[in-house]
Design a protein around this ligand. Structure first.
Ligand code: IPM
Ligand code: MN
Length: 377
């Protein structure tokens, strides 16, 4: 463990971001009770709402803190009407900006359905969407593809004539994210629910797109180094239905940036909705974790939303720090957090509106904090 504790920078951001990050603080405080906290929390404002008030997305101190943090927790970014002069969403500096600046090339989005969590399609016993069938991780490339900042407009006489987004796939970008996926499949070790075989599925559109052909070639090259892991391929359109019909087939899935963005939102439905979807933006030196749900302006300030995605994001953050620093204590804290969350979900005592319940955001945080305190440390 670090003498002064790991420096964890919290960027609550917009809308419901501060509410869910506040519950995150609550559960971290419960984990740290009875000893010196192994982390130091440092919070910085920023985002679209900040931009509307102050004319800038965040302060230089916030950015500097994020750059030197041991790990970052981001709440959510985006607010209606908060737009930069160039048309980008204000607050983008905190999410897209940090993904580039800190080279957070792997966007890691686990999709696991916990016992006690409801989903919207069918709860019947014949549904394939049961906890035993939904346990996969989607890895999305996070620094290039269609998000490469090489877009623009051709304007003539103040009229837009052409708008172009270029999709860039590089050897380095594809290779490192595919390698990340194979390494993760190896580390997870439990394979897909269907057959317990370790499997990395390459999701692309290589029947049409050149960049996807290159992505798949790169996948094959890296895959040849991992003989114990099954290769698996899916075109992204077909994948959307296979994922829904047969989630148990998947262990680790890897895809390009924009495709990964879309399929991870789809996958969240299998795990109970966006309220449970957490992600890690991970590079070789830095990492930022976040609930994937966004700022949900219409629920802001109502103490209504589901904070579990933030708890899962924190669990990922603790595990990443633990691996990076060889700190077993942090892994134990992550285990305590996960076990507390799993017990609360199984008991059904913290169901927010999206789960058909009446629990508030703060109720859910209270239940998890209590479960942490009740657990043998
Ligand atoms: C996500 C979000 C972001 C993205 C937005 C907020 C820029 O949708 O993290 O999936 O498109 O990557
Ligand atoms: Mn998204």
């Amino acid at each position: 463990m670090r003498e002064a504790g790991y420096n964890v920078v919290l960027l609550p951001g917009d809308g419901i971001g501060p509410e869910v990050v506040g519950e995150g603080r609550k559960v971290l405080a419960a984990l740290a009770e009875g000893g010196p906290a192994p982390w130091r929390l440092e919070e910085h404002p920023g985002g679209g709402q900040y931009y509307l008030k102050h004319g800038k997305e965040w302060e230089p101190e916030g950015e500097a803190a994020a750059r030197r943090a041991d790990a970052i927790l981001l709440g959510a970014i985006g607010w209606p009407g908060a737009t930069l002069p160039n048309g980008d969403n204000a607050g983008g500096a905190l999410v897209l900006g940090l993904r580039q600046a800190l080279d957070l090339y792997a966007n890691v989005r686990p999709c696991r359905l916990y016992p006690g969590v409801r989903h919207r399609i069918s709860d019947g016993y014949q549904s394939v969407w049961q906890p035993k069938n939904v346990d996969l991780v989607i890895i999305r490339e996070n620094t290039e593809g269609l998000y490469t900042p090489t877009r623009g407009r051709l304007r003539r006489a103040d009229e837009t004539e052409v708008a172009i987004d270029t999709r860039v796939i590089t050897r380095k970008g594809a290779e490192r994210v595919v390698r990340y996926a194979f390494e993760l499949s190896q580390r997870r070790g439990r394979g897909a629910p269907e057959d317990h075989r370790s499997r990395v599925t390459c999701v692309d559109k290589s029947n049409v797109l050149e960049g996807c052909r290159f992505f798949r070639e790169t996948y094959d090259r890296v895959a040849s180094e991992y003989k114990a892991i099954d290769r698996d391929y899916a075109y992204v359109d077909a994948f959307t239905q296979w994922l829904v019909r047969q989630p148990e087939h998947y262990d680790v899935v890897v895809s390009t940036n924009m495709m990964g963005d879309i399929i991870t939102d789809l996958a969240s439905v299998l795990q109970g909705g966006m309220g449970f979807a957490a992600g890690g933006n991970i590079g070789d030196e830095h990492a930022m974790f976040e609930p994937v749900h966004g700022s949900a302006p219409k629920y802001a300030g109502q103490n209504r939303v589901n904070p579990f995605a933030t708890f899962f994001a924190l669990e990922m953050l603790l595990r990443w720090l633990s691996d990076r620093h060889g700190d077993r204590g942090l892994a134990r804290q992550a285990d305590r957090l996960e076990s507390a969350v799993a017990r609360v979900l199984a008991a059904g005592t913290a169901r927010t509106y999206d789960q058909g319940g009446t629990a508030t955001t703060t109720d859910a945080g209270d239940r998890v904090a209590e479960a942490i305190r009740g657990a043998p440390a």
